[in-house]
Design a protein around this ligand. Structure first.
Ligand code: SF4
Ligand code: SF4
Length: 370
């Protein structure tokens, strides 16, 4: 088999620690402890290896990446290697001095998450009092420091009716881009599905809001929309295809084909402490397992869309069928599709607003959105 093309982007999860506790967090249920995190020297080597492999963009993420005091050093190395650096942050720990230091180190873009347009609801969803107000201040500081800003909003049943306001907020904060991402139901979000699943009406309304806003805000705000799967007819090309464009390094150095891949519990992942990044990308068993189309069962194997969506999301297939090689149930051709839609309809009608918050310990913290 020929060597794969180099990946375009690397998601560097510097730490799973985070002051927020979002119930849809894409970090694994078993969060990695600070004790095992890669050192600055190890991350610097990962950045060098990524640049050598051909990575064009590094997204510094977490958890909360600003908890790492060596973040400036890592960004400076990315700049030295001529790799574009983007910071994905909850923002609440930033102040103007740190933002200036990050910009001076070479940071090129900031993606700031918001949990809702309304403070009370946002703080409840994120499990962090005062967080929303702080994020608004930080967004203004980012712009004042001359950095381009993207607002990230994960949407679900509890905030979807405020989508117009979320769009207006992004404009008001002078963001260049707004990413509206429907919750992907694996990991923490899977545990919170009954409280987060939107109704079909909400999703249809959201689709219309985004379409109208894209038109109205041309040249002002770019809106990227990650469509929801549960009411779709065909799945998304998750990660642009497994092992085709992206890779993810966790705080302890595990190399994953997708940030959620650890939700597939029958897989193991190599670490950058064991082998160089390029070797793992090129022939690591986790990358080879679902790369290309040879692994596909029917109906994907003979489907004309197999090189377009690559059979959809492996994590979703595993979460819903127990088989990571199954056709993504988001596809109308999957035998599990009807039960997935039924499940979405039942859960979205539930009245629950109780969350299982993301926690570093395994203790669950319950709360309500009022
Ligand atoms: S989704 Fe929420 S809890 Fe998870 S890393 Fe982002 S801000 Fe922190
Ligand atoms: S059958 Fe497979 S390849 Fe075809 S559309 Fe569905 S998920 Fe995509």
């Amino acid at each position: 088999m020929s060597a794969p093309q180099p990946p375009m982007g690397l998601l560097a999860e510097l730490s799973h620690r985070c002051p927020l506790a979002c119930p849809y967090c894409s970090n694994p249920l078993e969060l990695e402890r600070p004790r095992g995190e890669l050192t600055a020297e190890e991350w610097l080597r990962v950045i060098d290896e990524a640049a050598e492999l051909g990575v064009l963009q590094i997204h510094f993420s977490g958890g909360e990446p600003t908890l790492r005091r060596d973040l400036e050093q890592l960004i400076a190395r990315a700049r030295e290697q001529e790799v574009y650096s983007n910071l994905i942050t909850a923002g609440v720990l930033l102040d103007r001095a740190r933002i200036d230091a990050l910009a001076a180190a070479g940071l090129e873009h900031v993606q700031l998450s918001i949990q809702d347009s309304r403070a009370a609801s946002a703080d409840t969803i994120g499990g962090y009092k005062g967080g929303h107000a702080r994020k608004l201040e930080v967004a203004r500081m980012v712009r004042a420091a001359g950095l381009p800003l993207t607002i990230n909003a994960v949407v679900h049943r509890q905030n979807l009716d405020h989508l117009e306001e979320i769009v207006e907020l992004a404009v008001e904060l002078d963001a260049v881009r707004l990413e509206v991402a429907h919750t992907q139901y694996y990991g923490w979000a899977y545990a919170n599905r009954a409280a987060l699943m939107p109704s079909r009406e909400q999703v249809e309304h959201a689709n219309a809001v985004v379409a109208a806003a894209k038109e109205r805000l041309k040249g002002v705000l770019t809106i990227d929309y990650v469509v929801p799967d549960y009411y779709a007819k065909r799945p998304k090309a998750c990660m642009g295809g497994w092992g085709r464009q992206f890779l993810n390094v966790t705080p302890t150095g595990k190399v994953l084909p997708c940030h959620a891949a650890e939700s597939i519990t029958d897989m193991t992942f190599e670490t950058v402490r064991e082998r160089p990044l390029a070797a793992i990308w090129e022939d690591g068993p986790a990358f080879e397992r679902f790369r290309g189309t040879a692994w596909m069962p029917e109906p994907c194997r003979s489907c004309e869309r197999r090189e377009i969506d690559f059979g959809g999301c492996r994590c979703q297939a595993f979460a819903l069928t127990g088989d990571a090689a199954a056709t993504d149930p988001a596809c109308g051709k999957s035998p599990e599709h009807a039960s997935m839609v039924g499940l979405a309809e039942t859960e979205s009608a539930a009245d629950t607003r109780d969350f299982v918050y993301r926690t570093m310990g395994r203790k669950e913290r319950a709360g309500r959105v009022d």
